[in-house]
Design a protein around this ligand. Sequence first.
Ligand SMILES: NC(=O)c1ccc[n+]([C@@H]2O[C@H](COP(=O)([O-])OP(=O)(O)OC[C@H]3O[C@@H](n4cnc5c(N)ncnc54)[C@H](OP(=O)(O)O)[C@@H]3O)[C@@H](O)[C@H]2O)c1
Length: 347
Amino acid sequence: MPKAYVPPVLHADLTGKTVLITGANTGIGFEAAKHFARMAPARLIVACRSEEKGLRAVQSKFPAARVNWMCCLFLLQGQPIDIVVANAGMASREYTLTEDGLEQNLQVNHVSTALLSALLLPNLVKAAREHHSRSRLVIVASGVHHSIRFSEAVTSSPMILDALSSAEYCTPEVMQRRYDETKLLNVFFTRALAAHLPPALPVVPTAVDPGFCFSELRRHLPQAEQALYAAHDAAAGRSAEEGARQLVWAAVGPDGARDGDAALQLRGAYVATAAVVPPSRYVLSDEGRAVQERIWVRRSCWSVGFDADGLPRRRLWWCSRRWALRGIRSFRDECRGMCVGRCYVYV
Ligand SMILES: NC(=O)c1ccc[n+]([C@@H]2O[C@H](COP(=O)([O-])OP(=O)(O)OC[C@H]3O[C@@H](n4cnc5c(N)ncnc54)[C@H](OP(=O)(O)O)[C@@H]3O)[C@@H](O)[C@H]2O)c1
């Protein structure tokens, strides 16, 4: 089977801008970091959980890069960030609960991504105001969301994330599709965020599918499954660099250097192969829309509106009763521990 054509990377001038990418020490995130680096941003923030891996990755490609500072998420408070690419993700068939009582794929791929996005919203707004532009929030989803819909048992639960994390629900059969479920949640989250942000807020949230790529993503899967994927990758897969082009397109598209009103097409949109395309029929259906809203409103995401600076009008809260009691300060800590770890800033 011939490999499908992947358009070349879109280029933009990022002079004076700040870009943050999570999970940027390897795979698609690392390749995206390299593309952004070529666009000369003032700061490229490579957010990863391992200092060793982060430094090794960057120094392998940019031996002359100057590590300006290393920080945790809270040090980014008040810093303008023009582009956030929430890329970190994992795929495991093992049922494991995190210390927060959430199934781990769900926590890493959806919960951490959503929390990080919310916490960085004021940074994005600040950058947009300072640079008279629109900031971009790119959520890395996947085409596998097309194969998933949630059962009535899940969607009717008062606590959707708790239901999705429960041992009763997470049978081996469900764990086979758990990664795909988290990617559906990425799409729902992006659309819900776009729908709930004040229309005038200069932030464009976009979900993107990098396509089926060679990377370390399948490292936790059983050996036999890894072998199957390797065969598929060889026949039809994209390189991580080709996947990264999609992240870049979602972040600076559709017109790259001009950064005009066309960017509004990407607000809440789903991007694949350098184009806005429809998400799954389930997402667009009345049923999907209802689930999206329930995930947003019913404490399985959070129940907030945003003020003109992108700050939540009410305190963020979460599905877990424990978290609901702890408030926004602990979200900051959780988010830092779960998803970002450390940020390495290279200039
Ligand atoms: N590869 C594909 O075919 C494909 C297709 C569609 C969508 N995607 C999406 O693309 C994104 C990047 O995946 P990839 O293929 O590049 O995979 P990858 O090579 O495995 O890279 C994943 C990145 O996420 C980080 N990460 C994983 N778990 C984390 C955690 N608990 N906390 C913080 N960081 C964590 C990894 O850090 P460590 O190295 O420290 O583990 C790594 O930097 C993911 O969101 C994935 O779902 C991939």
